[in-house]
Design a protein around this ligand. Structure first.
Ligand code: HEM
Length: 406
């Protein structure tokens, strides 16, 4: 398949810059994804919000609504197939989607999340002890911003500590657009096998964790099949850490670039505001996997015919001047938040938002309380970002701890 559409991602340009460039053309633009596959990108706040409000009606997630995937137009070995055909909560619609969301929601109540606070704080304190022990030059990504969300989500779902790194690597491989197709499929298979094995283990030896709770729901006839259960686990485990990892990374970079904002956050304990502004300013979800048009539809004035794929670009929606004015690209924790789309909107609103908010606020408050003179040991312009257009964040953040007397 070849088209004459603009390429996405573009060679030698970061995906956000490409999206901002394309947004000059129209709020919704048809582009060519790797493999010559055409799909639309929604690039403004208004267009993204309109699409999210149409979820489960005009916009569907079941890939069978994208004929090109099955009629030979898109090759069998297209690298993004593994993600697009995921077979989980986010690729289901209507009643199935509501049923699975309901099951997760019952296990994942705000009260249960709130009760995690002391444990999360304990994990943070332990990680910061290790950061301090490692000394200047320590890489904050593996040591803190990645370690914390991995630890919390794995503990919640009863995944042993020795499997955390594997889960992290599988996720990063699957979400990278640079992963060759055969590696993407092999990774998906390995992760699925791991999750099936986890379910069997929790059936034999249940614990006080969410996987055991979901296994019990299945066995008590809650209309949940084992494949659906594995699909729910897949999404909760992947979405439940990858996004928070990158949110923390972006917050550290934004605060390093804006020392006045850091001083304000420290002086007035405004870590919740830092989290909200980071969600708006540099969303860790660049775009989610595709939605498909159930009928001909017009979004922000642009017509998209039935049976097409659309990606909503959260990252571009957060810095849209039409929504946030001239200061859209300024990191400002005093900004009045008027409804950023950081956790989505409508029927697919993020299930993990309370956990992500709690974890991130505690992590940033503790990091800067313990290390008030923390600084990046790398020029922010030289930071490498993950090679993915689904979720993006810093790959490595070497820091100086500021502990030695000057
Ligand atoms: C900073 C952290 C996070 C961000 C920025 C984030 C963002 C989002 C966004 C934008 C969506 C909507 C996706 C769409 O358009 O289809 C979403 C959905 C979802 N999120 Fe999060 N998320 C975060 C953390 C979490 C955590 C910690 C969990 C689980 C523990 C989680 C689980 C989910 C699930 C299961 C969905 C799918 C909901 C559905 O399809 O109905 N997320 N998230």
């Amino acid at each position: 398949m070849t088209t004459h559409l603009p390429s996405f991602p573009a060679v030698n340009e970061n995906p956000l810059d490409t999206c901002l460039r394309l947004r000059e053309i129209a709020p919704v633009v048809e582009v060519e994804f790797p493999g010559g596959v055409p799909a639309y990108l929604a690039l403004t706040h208004k267009a993204v919000r309109e699409i999210l409000a149409g979820d489960n009606k005009t916009f569907l997630r079941d890939p069978r609504h994208w004929p090109a995937l099955y009629d030979g137009s898109i090759p069998e070995d297209w690298p993004l197939r593994a993600i697009v055909q995921g077979g989980h909560l986010s690729t289901m619609d209507g009643g199935d989607h509501r049923r699975l969301r309901g099951l997760v929601g019952r296990a994942f109540t705000p009260a249960r999340v709130q009760a995690l606070e002391p444990r999360i704080q304990q994990i943070i304190d332990g990680l910061l002890d290790d950061v301090v022990a490692a000394g200047d030059g320590v890489d904050l990504v593996p040591a803190f911003t990645e370690a914390l969300p991995m630890w919390v989500i794995c503990e919640l779902f009863g995944i042993p500590a020795e499997d955390r790194l594997r889960l992290r690597n599988w996720t990063a491989t699957l979400l990278a657009h640079t992963t060759p197709p055969e590696v993407a499929f092999a990774t998906q298979n390995e992760l699925q096998a791991f999750l099936h094995e986890l379910v069997e283990r929790k059936q034999r030896e249940p614990g006080d964790d969410l996987t055991s709770g979901l296994v019990q729901a299945r066995d008590e006839g809650d209309r949940l099949t084992t494949d659906e259960l594995v699909g729910v686990l897949w999404l909760m485990l992947v979405a439940g850490h990858e996004t928070t990892v990158h949110l923390l990374g972006y917050a550290v970079v934004a605060l390093a670039r804006n020392p006045g904002q850091l001083r304000l956050a420290m002086a007035e304990d405004r870590w919740a505001d830092v989290v909200e502004e980071t969600l708006r300013y540099r969303h860790s979800v660049m775009m989610t996997s595709f939605r498909f048009t159930a009928e001909d539809v017009t979004v922000a004035g642009v017509r998209i015919p039935k049976g097409n794929a659309v990606g909503v670009v959260y990252q571009a929606s957060g810095v849209d001047p039409a929504e946030y004015g001239d200061s859209a690209d300024r990191f400002d924790i005093t900004r009045e938040q008027t409804g950023h789309l950081g956790f989505g909107h409508g029927p697919r609103y993020c299930i993990g938002a309370p956990l992500a908010r709690l974890e991130s606020r505690l992590a940033l408050a503790s990091l800067y309380r313990r290390l008030p003179r923390l600084s990046l040991a790398i020029d922010p312009d030289d930071i490498a970002y993950s090679p993915s257009f689904f979720t993006i964040g810093p790959l490595s953040l070497p820091v100086d701890l500021g502990l030695t007397a000057s």
